[in-house]
Design a protein around this ligand. Structure first.
Ligand code: 9YW
Length: 449
């Protein structure tokens, strides 16, 4: 299948263009996720953005993380959206969340959402420290000082996750909303969402996402209106629970254990522990404990094929789906060598990167072999560059440099269009969604250099 762009950029050109894209989305102390579509800071986006910015400016990368953590809740939660001043176009906006009005834990000086997203931040801190070390003693010294400043917040965030989001010590993070997984409309959540029924009197608000897209196909690529009504209703339920973890656990109609976020948490805890050891900071035993517990938790959900499985905590049933989240053990380890091998083989099999229809051999968000696959619709098929980055990172870290190099080459091929789209059509290679999407530009920058 023909690629839409006639000329591909070299890696250096890709990096330069990505740097310009990030610069264009920079609002001083935060980088908006995408102009127009997402004019605010998103939590896991900010972590990927810091990873990219570390290639340009270590101080600016740290500023991104400091801005995010300046909006941390009193209970340790890092919110999934930090609202930038002056843009009221995104719904649900601060009024709808009403965090300050219903929760004493919400930060005072900053408007945020009342959810979280996967905790990639520890991985970002590790990468920033590595970049500072490469840059020389001066950079290292000042980066270490600023990481010391972030440290209590990072520890509180990981403690929040371990205590409030895994009170039963399964080694799996509980999420209250598909948005918390970062994979909004993934088939992972079809079953639990079918139990979310908005009250008759509930009037959904105007969606910002489909209107912001400048393409007529906007609606066909996004979650459906039915999905969206459920997303909005869950916010209503959360608000009624005062964003209180204990109440949410009792009352929400959606409650699932997310294996992908759990694997990220295990990996980020291990990475942070190495940072703490290096800088002589407290709490590293606690972090190592989180890493071990969640690595075991993720592995406990894996079958002989190594695939990890989410769990519906309302019904106790495993949630089988063929999505990229199944590869979670590649991020955190914990499975047997045979399961690990089976997972790497599956990644390059015709169900995933080896599918003959793919424009670029990268893992789609949902397997083309799955009945739920929908090639243009958000997390139900398109390829997402930050997810590719995570798998490359996990493969490198788990002793699979060759597999990582193969994925990296394909990722750079995709990103050499210089568009930095939110997601890509796996069969046509067409860039879709927001653009330039900051986290896409950030991972392009990191991979290209
Ligand atoms: C929304 C910003 C965010 C990502 C999520 C992605 C999307 C926002 O955009 O969610 O309104 O649906 O699903 O992972 O952080 O890029």
């Amino acid at each position: 299948l023909a690629r839409p762009q006639p000329t591909a950029l070299t890696n250096v050109e890709t990096a330069v263009r990505a740097a310009y894209a990030l610069r264009g989305n920079d609002r001083g102390s935060l980088t908006v996720a995408a102009p127009g579509l997402y004019p605010h800071m998103w939590s896991w986006d900010a972590a990927f953005i810091a990873i990219g910015l570390a290639r340009l400016s270590i101080p600016r990368a740290l500023t991104e993380l400091e801005t995010l953590f300046s909006a941390q809740w009193r209970n340790g939660m890092v919110p999934h959206i930090v609202f930038a001043d002056g843009d009221a176009s995104y719904e649900p906006g601060p009024k709808r969340w009403a965090c300050g009005a219903v929760s004493a834990d919400a930060p005072r000086g900053r408007a945020t959402s009342g959810l979280m997203q996967p905790p990639v931040h520890g991985i970002a801190v590790r990468r920033v420290l590595d970049a500072a070390r490469r840059a020389g003693p001066g950079e290292l010294h000042s980066a270490a000082d600023r990481i010391r400043g972030l440290w209590p917040g990072l520890l509180a965030w990981h403690r929040y996750l371990a205590e409030r989001r895994d009170p039963d010590h399964r080694g799996l993070l509980t999420i209250y909303h598909g948005w918390e997984s970062g994979m909004d409309n993934s088939p992972r959540w079809d079953v639990p969402y079918s139990a979310v029924v908005p009250a008759k009197a509930f009037v959904p608000f105007r969606r910002a996402d489909v209107h912001a897209l400048d393409t007529m196909d906007g609606a066909a690529q996004r979650p459906t209106d039915g999905d969206y009504a459920r997303y909005q209703w869950l916010i209503e339920e959360l608000r009624q629970a005062g964003y209180d973890d204990a109440r949410a656990r009792e009352t929400l109609s959606f409650l699932v254990a997310d294996v992908f976020a759990s694997a990220i948490f295990a990996a980020a805890s291990a990475e942070l522990a190495t940072v703490g050891d290096e800088l002589g900071l407290p709490g590293t035993d606690e972090l190592t404990g989180h890493a071990e517990r969640f690595r075991r938790g993720v592995a406990s959900t894996a079958g002989d094929d190594g695939f990890a499985t989410d769990l519906d905590l309302r019904t106790g049933q495993p949630l089988h789906s063929q999505t990229i989240a199944g590869f979670a053990p590649l991020l955190c380890g914990g499975v047997s060598p045979a399961q690990h091998r089976a997972l790497v083989d599956a990644l390059f099999s015709p169900d995933w990167c080896g599918h003959p229809g793919l424009a670029v051999a990268l893992p789609p968000s949902t397997s083309p072999s799955s009945p739920s696959f929908d090639p243009a619709r958000y997390w139900r098929g398109p390829q997402w560059p930050p997810m590719t980055w995570l798998l490359i990172w996990g493969l490198e870290r788990s002793g699979e440099p060759e597999a990582a190099a193969v994925l990296r080459a394909s990722a750079l091929d995709q990103l050499s269009d210089g568009v930095f789209a939110e997601y890509y059509h796996p069969f046509t290679g067409t860039p879709l969604g927001g653009r330039p999407q900051s986290w896409t530009a950030a991972v392009a920058l990191d991979l290209a250099l």
